[in-house]
Design a protein around this ligand. Sequence first.
Ligand code: CMP
Length: 191
Amino acid sequence: MGYNVVWALRDSEICTSPLPVKRMRPPRDRSAGTGRIHTSVAMYVITHSPPGVAAVSERSLVLIKPDAVRRGLVGEILSRYERKGLTIVALQRRVIDSALSDAHYAEHVDKPFYPGLREFITGGPLVALVLEGDQAIDVVRQMNGATDSRAASPGTIRGDLSMSKSENLVHASDSPDSAKRELALWFPELS
Ligand code: CMP
């Protein structure tokens, strides 16, 4: 239970079987549901999901902030996301104006730290991207680490590469609702 056996064929044809792992063998005619005998099986991959937990593909809006661009950390940060298995769906380097900052950080505009945050986020180029993958919103936030980089765990982007709460290298959507709002704001062409 809970195993998916994915057969990758030499001709790039993919077929799946819900067989238990102990019965794995190259798919043949009816077991693969394709009505043909596959003689060109090259390899297989096994993915395991706990019973009842289905994969949930999500998109998260991520900002690689001006401090990361200034420090030459864009490649390092993108590489971490890619190595994790997330897909870059869109990517754009840009300098944003105050209006976009205010809209993006709408929940923070009245907070005492916001004027400094706006000056920082509009003060140089940043890289905006859309990351996609299974439970991507939570996965990316775990990878980014705690907002205060000084308290962020080692192994996270902030924990490894930053010592600041205000200049903390990255931003990511914190919920499906905020992802929807932020994606529409930054990449309306994808909505
Ligand atoms: P981010 O994930 O982009 O979401 C809101 C941002 O506000 C946060 O990262 C920090 O950059 C910034 N921030 C949050 N709290 C503070 C604070 N107390 N002082 C300065 N900046 C903050």
